[in-house]
Design a protein. Structure first.
Lengths: 252, 95
């Protein structure tokens, strides 16, 4: 290990021991440096997870972020991916166990960052769908835009997100139902909006490579009130697709 | 591949036509303009790593070197306390 890599490793080491070269008088100075690295990383997490900060409060969030950073220091100098493991970390974080919805809220915030930085692939407009011939829906594959993500939860995450973001007043959630959201970046701004369970499963199936007709059939079997026209209207109207093709090639 | 219980192509085509109708109806109404933002790749957190040193000081946050990692445990002061749920989640009490 070089002196530089030993120095770097000591900065985020859980046992907080300075490298031997910094023993003695330099130890306190090293501690200041290490603390500033930690504070900087916590600030980066605050920037990426503003809804969690709102839900937990600054003090709780910062303390949790500190524990997280010790367990999962950044693996890349590019900070936009730092915190990708936070949802799973929260799921096992004992002080937050009273709020089991936090991990899914964190997943929405991760999807937002990814959507923001996703490639600007051209989206299919309405014309691409009105030209489809009704013969081969069961072989038709849809490529979703890289900015598109679906997150669904056992908890009412849309309502929680909207209340924590100030989009609707915070209040008692009487009807504790599973909810799903769509993350997308139609132009330059990332948008989050609620999805029905059926639409969420349908879009996820398309994203996983299930053909259009098969995905529709499967979701209709699982979700009794699945509204296929509404789900297709979301797919088409929100411009979620970049390409329609069949097994082995483009449409003729 | 088996094709048990699949939607008839005509049913799917009907849904697609209905969806196109819904999209056309939605786009006929005016869309609220989105605020413009400059898009900047890979640097959205630039500055977060910097030491916020003022004149003649050491760095911001230095006083937290001896932060007590456990004292915060019962002090979630965010909106989770105001979002009350029938299951009692979100109420963080001092124990």
């Amino acid at each position: 290990m070089t002196a530089l890599s030993a120095f770097a490793a000591a900065l985020t080491a859980p046992d907080r021991r300075p490298p031997p070269e910094f023993a003695g008088r330099a130890e306190r100075r090293f501690a200041v440096y290490r603390n500033n690295v930690m504070v900087g990383l916590i600030r980066a997490l605050e920037t990426r997870f503003p809804v969690l900060v709102s839900l937990l409060g600054e003090e709780f969030f910062r303390a949790m972020a500190r524990e997280f950073t010790r367990a999962h220091p950044p693996s890349s100098p590019v900070l936009m991916s730092f915190g990708d493991e936070l949802p799973d970390f929260i799921g096992g974080f004992e002080p937050a166990e009273e709020m089991p919805y936090l991990a899914d809220v964190a997943r929405i915030e991760i999807a937002r960052t990814r959507a923001y930085h996703a490639a600007d692939v051209p989206r299919l407009g309405t014309d691409a769908y009105s030209e489809l011939t009704p013969s081969n829906f069961e072989a038709m594959l849809i490529d979703l835009h890289p900015a598109v993500a679906v997150i669904h939860s056992h908890h009412p995450i849309w309502t929680i997100l909207a209340m924590a973001s100030g989009w609707q007043p915070a209040a008692a959630i009487e009807d504790w139902q599973p909810q799903a959201v769509l993350v997308n970046r139609p132009d330059l701004d990332v948008l989050v909006r609620p999805l029905t369970t059926g639409a969420a499963l349908f879009l996820e199936a398309l994203g996983a490579g299930r053909p259009l007709g098969i995905a529709a059939t499967e979701v209709a079997q699982d979700v009794p009130d699945f509204d296929l026209p509404a789900a297709l209207a979301t797919l088409i109207g929100d411009g979620l697709a970049t390409r329609i093709h069949v097994f082995g090639g483009d449409l003729p | 591949m088996t094709t048990k219980n699949t939607l008839a192509a005509a049913t799917f085509a009907g849904s697609l036509a209905a969806a196109l109708g819904m999209v056309a109806a939605a786009s006929a109404s005016p869309v609220a303009p989105q605020p413009n933002m400059d898009k900047c790749y890979g640097v959205s957190m630039a500055g977060q790593n910097d030491c916020a040193a003022g004149a003649g000081t050491t760095c911001a946050g230095t006083s937290k070197v001896n932060y007590d990692a456990k004292a915060w445990k019962y002090v979630a002061k965010g909106t989770c306390e105001t979002i009350k749920t029938p299951k009692g989640m979100g109420h963080l009490k001092a124990m």
